[in-house]
Ligand binder design. Structure first.
Ligand code: ADP
Ligand code: MG
Length: 336
């Protein structure tokens, strides 16, 4: 991708054929190149110039990684940017899960692809910051999955792999790593933030349940800070012990104790080749669509971004039944 072109030239060159998806910042359309008749995805973002610049520069530097979405062209004016991306026709991860009979073994392939993509990003000190099922697209079928990671608008480049400062909270409440919710240490952004999200994503894909989701954002945050999630047999009994162990080594409060992408790839859940004892399961579509709706509605709000400042005021008189002192005490005892 060399030059940025004038925004009005986009319509001259492409025809929009329908919507593919919508995120908090962008709407993505399927479009056809009028001359070559080839299909692409056009991601249209209004304003948010710094997000767009980050996304363009990271996609350019990862254009040889097949699991990172390819960027072909950019059209821009002062109001709007159009990113011409490779079209991924399979859909978002949860959508594909809802439509197929998927085994635990199939899931190990998806998570393996995700971890190897993150390994490459993290090797170059880039943190994606928004790993979640909506940003993981599947190319064809899950049984031979090719995955594309999208949405690099929140991504951060760490200087010499040193932790980065926390800016206003980014991401989706139930995917936020506990260190991002603490207000006493701002140097918290490391590659471990993404690995927490891999844990949450794996949990959601296996159970259809978001592990920290509370009835309110306040409750969700308190549960994250307590690292309060459920791995009981009634939910995970059918899965291998390796699956449970994998999740439990990612959803740990201390970023330093959390598995890295390389450690995930060496974990038996991803490295064992055998599929024999692993269970076949089908996630019912209505569970998937309700999780999906809940996830997309609960995108972090501006109010939430104040949360890190106000965490100590998260009082027991509010929605949550947890006193700030309890949060502090519990958090410190679990933070190795
Ligand atoms: P935002 O930054 O607003 O979250 P995303 O880049 O995540 O925008 O795109 C929003 C949605 O559009 C995605 O969750 C996905 O469903 C769809 N989408 C994005 N890129 C593509 C693509 N290249 N091919 C197909 N669908 C896509
Ligand atoms: Mg997105």
């Amino acid at each position: 991708m060399k030059e940025i072109k004038e925004r009005h030239l986009f319509e001259e060159k492409y025809r929009i054929c329908g919507m593919l998806g919508r995120g908090r910042f962008a709407t993505v359309y399927k479009c056809m190149h009028k001359e070559t008749k080839q299909y692409f995805a056009a991601k249209i973002v209004q304003k948010h110039q710094s997000r767009v610049d980050t996304e363009i520069s990271i996609l350019n530097s990862f254009r040889h990684n097949k699991n990172v979405i390819s960027l072909f062209e950019v059209y821009q004016d002062s109001r709007e940017s159009v990113l011409i991306l490779e079209l991924v026709s399979g859909g978002e991860l949860l959508y594909v899960l809802g439509k197929n009979i998927v085994t635990e073994y199939d899931m190990t392939h998806v998570i393996k692809h995700l971890c190897s993509t993150l390994y490459c990003l993290h090797y170059k000190h880039i943190v994606h910051m928004d790993i979640k099922p909506e940003n993981i697209l599947i190319c064809n079928t899950l049984h031979k999955p090719a995955l594309r990671l999208v949405d690099f608008g929140f991504a951060r480049m760490l200087q010499n792999n040193r932790p980065g400062n926390l800016e206003p909270l980014r991401g989706t409440p139930e995917f936020l790593a506990p260190e991002m919710l603490r207000c006493d240490n701002l140097d918290v952004v490391t590659t471990a933030v993404d690995m927490w999200c891999v844990g949450v994503t794996t949990y959601i894909t296996l159970t259809g349940i978001s592990p920290f989701q509370g009835d309110t954002d306040c409750e969700t945050v308190a549960r994250i800070l307590h690292c309060d999630y459920y791995l009981g047999d009634d939910l995970f009994g059918g899965y291998s012990r390796d699956a449970v162990d994998f999740i439990s080594k990612l959803l740990v409060p201390s970023p330093r104790a959390r598995m890295t992408a390389a450690e995930c790839l060496n974990h038996p859940w991803l490295s064992k080749k055998k599929r024999s004892k692993q269970r076949q399961y089908t996630l019912s579509s209505h569970v998937i669509s309700s999780v999906r709706a809940a996830l997309s509605e609960r995108v972090i709000s501006d109010t939430m971004s104040m949360l890190k400042l106000n965490l100590r005021e998260l009082s027991c008189s509010g929605d949550s039944n947890i006193k700030p002192s309890t949060i502090d005490r519990n958090y410190k005892s679990s933070y190795k």
